[in-house]
Design a protein around this ligand. Sequence first.
Ligand code: BV8
Length: 235
Amino acid sequence: MTRVKVVVLTGAGISAESGVPTFRDADGLWEGHRVEDVATPEAYELSPTTVHRFYDARRAALRAVDPNPAHTALARLERELGDDLLVITQNIDDLHERAGSERVLHMHGELRSALCRACHGRHRWDHDLVDLPPCPGCGVTELRPDVVWFGEIPYEMDRIAVELARAELFVSIGTSGAVYPAAGFVRQAMRYGARTLELNLEPSEGTVWFHEARHGRAGDLVPEWVSELLSRVSR
Ligand code: BV8
């Protein structure tokens, strides 16, 4: 039996069935806000309160949602593949971790983390930030959401490049392929010879770059794909 190095990229679509709104579907988050008003450094400079309220609401909403079968299936896959699986997520929720995944790379940061603009410390954070609490590290009241905004560089891009070069299978789950550099990962993986698979409700903007695409709900597609893959490989 063979081993296979798998890199999975997830987007908002994998959390949709948990009740976390996506960004670009009809009732998406951005519908309530123009992205420039809440997810850019300029927006934060202009109106920190608006931006804090947007993220404080999303952080609080995490308590009311749970992982769905797609998250659970990826955690099962990690138990079987171990270091041969890495989940790179664009999502800032903690549903992968709560489903049991440990090897998760949050390239766009996390709601449950605060970043200090004074000491650049990153701290586990589960409360509101709108009242400008002191940084647990340096005490200065300069904490912002530890989230990568448009125009900012995503986390761990060097590590991601290494992982994409090593991948034998690249699977994109629940993302529209609208935001870079994440939307370009499929081409990077393909250039290094990976097989590419898209699991999404509908064809993404990058669907042409995938060897195979299956369209439907992540809660159905992901457990089915994981069972299929595990029947073919072993650690
Ligand atoms: C950077 C954190 C430089 C905040 C986010 C012009 C052309 C190309 C690029 C650019 C350009 N102008 C500017 C850029 C760069 C820009 C960009 O890509 N802009 C886009 C809008 C054109 N990117 C950046 O600024 C990035 N930084 O480029 O720095 C650099 C880069 C590398 C190295 C050095 C320097 C930073 C981008 C990060 C922004 N932050 N999130 C927050 O969460 O509030 S992005 C945000 O949108 C999300 O995090 C998510 O990652 C991203 C994409 O959303 P998706 O996850 O795909 O969600 P979406 O709603 O779009 O789609 C959901 C999909 O799921 C749909 O297809 C739907 O059909 C499907 N679905 C729904 N339900 C289900 C389902 N699928 C399965 N089952 C279901 N049940």
